[in-house]
Design a binder for this molecule. Structure first.
Ligand SMILES: *Cc1c(COP(=O)(O)O)cnc(C)c1O
Length: 463
């Protein structure tokens, strides 16, 4: 368990070959390699005696291959990011020094590095002095903390009177967080959408006024900056005004769309996000980082602290730094790894401009692919960001399901689907850092073949 210098070198060399071979194989790897009932027998317990690293890495390699290729350029389902190697390397380094960053006094300089990234993000989102945040494992955890902070500030704790406003397109992590925070399903109200996709600010104001008249306490309005189904951005500035007028906390779920704030076009689409009380974004989506990287930004970081700080006798030796936050006071976790390095190293190594231009490239690719889709498919939504939707012209749910199956069966690309207005709708999201023009051209060719073939197989509609 305590390797010699030579042992470490040998293990690192084995890991290096693993990593280089993985990247070399990515362009040719099938987009999906999962088949039902074919899980390798990996459920055995660990043995009492030692194993051999080469063999164990081989087991891991095979198990990792038996998966959807979420790191590859053909992954166009859900929200692809690819995963930056510099971030994976940061993870190895952070875990090697194994510093404790739940409180700042045990590793103040590392906490300062993480804090530097959070302050930069606050500035990118136009948040004022007094704002702050925390690096979480994802938007679901960040949403829970935001919701609890709003609850504490406006309701003073769990209350059956509290009301939360979402739309049918709001991510289910809000309902889940509400449930975990002690709210019943009827306390989460669904506001109508204006064009079937975007929260209607007038309808939100009306729902809030109606609930208040009925004796309830509206306290949280949730806008979405890039919905999961269609990538649609709610009218954030108008929603901020509605929330502000009525004294509600305005939370923006920018898990997907948030990263585009780094681009000029994205910033224009997300206008109004700077007025939010809290924003969640997922760097494991729109900043190309590996899974497990979310961020919560809060306009007044004291709200986060009020909702999460706790103390105990066995923590009495810890000093409080007046300048640096104790992250244990800003979220549910006490022990946390040095999570900041997975953001800090890529941002400092590649530079912020590299992220801005990679995201701009994805916006360009999505625009191009959208125009191509219009040539041969029914296109139910205009893309706000990089999620595209399409259907077989005149096709029913079965025809669209067949088209999606045909697209995915070739294993060059992998797409997912959603429902729009109740109808089965394939969707394509351009976001992986490894997805470039040739991959999107290939994807469009594959989609065209599948859509045209499904259209031919569709009986003409009865007159
Ligand atoms: C992905 C996503 C979430 C959930 O984030 P996790 O990181 O998976 O917990 C929430 N909201 C939106 C809009 C998302 O796309």
């Amino acid at each position: 368990m305590e390797p010699s210098r030579e042992d470490v070198a040998a293990m690192m060399a084995a890991a290096t070959s693993f990593v280089t071979e993985f990247y070399e194989g990515l362009p040719h790897a099938p987009a999906s390699h999962v088949s039902d009932g074919d899980v390798p027998a990996l459920l055995e317990p660990p043995g009492e005696g030692p194993g051999e690293l080469g063999g164990l890495l081989a087991t891991f390699r095979d198990a990792a291959a038996h998966a959807v290729e979420t790191a590859g350029p053909g992954y166009l389902a859900y929200f692809p990011a690819g995963g930056l190697f510099s971030s994976a390397l940061a993870e190895l380094l952070a875990n090697t020094v194994n510093r404790y960053t739940g409180v700042s006094s045990t590793a103040p300089a590392l906490v300062a590095m993480e804090q530097g990234v959070l302050r930069w993000l606050c500035a990118e989102f136009g948040f004022p002095e007094g704002s702050g945040g925390i690096v979480t494992t994802g938007a679901s955890m960040a949403t829970l903390s935001a919701l609890v902070a709003a609850r504490e500030r406006l309701l003073g704790g769990p209350s059956p009177a509290g009301r939360i406003y979402v739309t049918e397109h709001t991510h289910h992590c809000v309902a889940k967080a509400a449930h975990l925070a002690g709210f019943t399903p009827d306390q989460v109200r669904t506001v109508p959408t204006s064009d079937g996709l975007r929260m209607d600010p007038a309808a939100a104001a009306e729902a809030i006024a109606g609930d208040r008249a009925d004796g309830h306490t509206p306290f949280l309005l949730v806008g979405t900056a890039g919905s999961t189904s269609t990538g649609t951005v709610d009218p954030l500035a108008a929603l901020a005004e509605v929330a502000g007028r009525d004294g509600l906390w305005f939370h923006v779920d920018a898990a997907y769309g948030g990263g585009f704030q780094l681009t000029e076009r994205g910033r224009a689409k997300l206008a109004g996000i700077e007025l939010a009380d809290s924003v969640t974004l997922d760097p494991h989506k729109t900043m190309f980082l590996p899974y497990g990287t979310g961020v919560l930004l809060v306009r007044a970081v004291r709200d986060l602290r009020t909702a999460h700080s706790a103390d105990a006798d066995y923590l009495q030796d810890l000093r409080r730094d007046p300048l640096l936050p104790d992250y244990a006071d800003l979220g549910p976790e006490l022990t946390r790894e040095f999570r900041g390095l997975r953001l800090w190293l890529p941002l400092h190594l590649h530079g912020v401009a590299a992220f801005r231009s990679a995201l701009d490239e994805k916006l360009d690719l999505a625009e191009w692919a959208h125009r191509e889709l219009l040539e041969f498919a029914e296109v139910p939504t205009e893309p706000d960001l990089t999620v595209l939707t399409f259907r077989v012209p005149g096709g029913d749910d079965d025809a669209n399901r067949r088209a999606l199956e045909r697209i995915n069966v070739g294993r060059r690309i992998f797409l997912s689907s959603t429902r729009i207005g109740g109808r089965f709708t394939p969707r394509l999201c351009v976001l992986s850092l490894r997805t470039h023009r040739p991959h999107v051209e290939e994807a469009v060719r594959i989609v065209r073949d599948a859509v045209l073939s499904a259209a031919r197989g569709t009986p003409a509609a009865a007159p």
